[in-house]
Design a binder for this molecule. Structure first.
Ligand code: NAP
Length: 299
């Protein structure tokens, strides 16, 4: 029940109307008995500074930041955690005592959560795509004791810049020059890499659709369908996409006997990590958040 005492938390981005975060967060707030309400608020880039400032003035308890503001959000924060700074991306704003916002990034924690029980020591990983979410994915992979991280992109220059930037950053915790590599998606070498991969993460939007069908439509498979005939059953496929569930790529992986992880758990875990920061409470009801998300996606 919204009353005169209810406080605001929410999401800023553009667009935000398809976001699952209000469903997940409001379910958790209810369970925790917090008199807060989480709203998805559309915000264009030019207004990010004004809107975050105004929300801080009206005692907003916390914000999530999504596309296209994760990078610009660094500029509205008085303090930014080292992880968010080196990623160059903020997805969570927490009010600080000086009346401003502190910027954090919970995407890395969210990405890693479903991999906790996987044996990846000395493993080889492939990351498809080199955009915003690939940064959090690679930062997360670098905390695991992997043997190699291969980034697959479609544009030579962009890929080169991306690898160079990562190699320079303090996030590069493994100094072996063969550890972080880049490969174009039409390279012949990719076949051998796929055969040897223990973990393949799709960070491209290829396969994302509002439709719930999980039939294999060639245009919805990253790179091209035929390259995936080289998949080995011991590979784990991790798709950051969660609509549809499963994606066409994960359906193809299941047919090959691969383990599959979709993006829903990452979304829930990064949201849970944000809520822990806002509420200063480590006991957030992740099961309730997960159930609310699944029920919403089924509805
Ligand atoms: P982004 O910054 O736009 O990056 C997308 C990357 O995919 C870019 O490297 C882009 O390549 C590449 N790409 C796009 N279309 C492609 C195509 N047809 N073939 C090959 N590569 C293609 O997007 P993002 O923020 O990283 O998001 C990517 C996906 O992850 C989205 O589906 C998003 O919903 C999902 N995601 C999920 C979560 C979660 O919590 N589960 C969190 C974040 C993102 P170029 O650079 O060459 O254009």
């Amino acid at each position: 029940m919204i009353s005169g005492k209810t406080c605001l938390v929410g999401l800023l981005g553009q667009p935000v109307n398809h976001s699952l975060s209000p469903v997940i967060q409001n379910a958790a707030l209810k369970e925790m008995g917090l008199d807060w309400c989480y709203l998805a608020m559309p915000c264009v880039s030019e207004h990010l500074g004004q809107i975050t400032k105004a929300l801080r003035e009206i005692n907003c308890k916390g914000l999530n930041i999504t596309i296209p503001h994760k990078q610009n959000a660094l500029n509205v924060c008085k303090y930014v955690t080292p992880m968010a700074k080196s990623l160059g991306a903020v997805n969570t704003l927490v009010p600080n005592k000086e009346g401003g916002w502190s910027g954090m990034n919970t995407d890395v924690e969210g990405f890693l959560a479903p991999l906790k029980d996987k044996k990846l020591d000395g493993a080889k990983a492939i990351v498809l795509g080199s955009g915003g979410s690939a940064r959090a994915v690679i930062a997360g992979l670098q905390t695991l004791n992997l043997n190699q991280v291969l980034i697959v992109g479609r544009k030579r220059n962009k890929l080169k810049e991306f690898i160079l930037e990562f190699s320079k950053k303090s996030l590069q915790i493994n100094n072996d020059p063969t550890y972080l590599k880049g490969l174009l998606q039409d390279s012949e070498e990719l076949i051998e890499e796929i055969k040897e991969a223990d973990l393949i993460v799709n960070t491209t939007p290829v396969g994302m659709s509002a439709s719930r069908t999980s039939t294999i439509i060639t245009s919805e498979i990253p790179i091209e369908k035929k390259i995936w005939q080289h998949l080995q059953p011991n590979s784990i496929l991790y798709d950051l996409i969660y609509t549809p569930r499963p994606t066409a790529w994960l359906t193809l992986g299941a047919q090959k006997g691969c383990q599959q992880i979709d993006g829903l758990e990452m979304l829930i875990q990064q949201g849970a990590a944000s809520l822990k920061l806002w509420s200063n409470n480590d006991q957030v009801p992740i099961d309730v958040m997960r159930a609310a998300a699944k029920a919403h996606l089924r509805a």
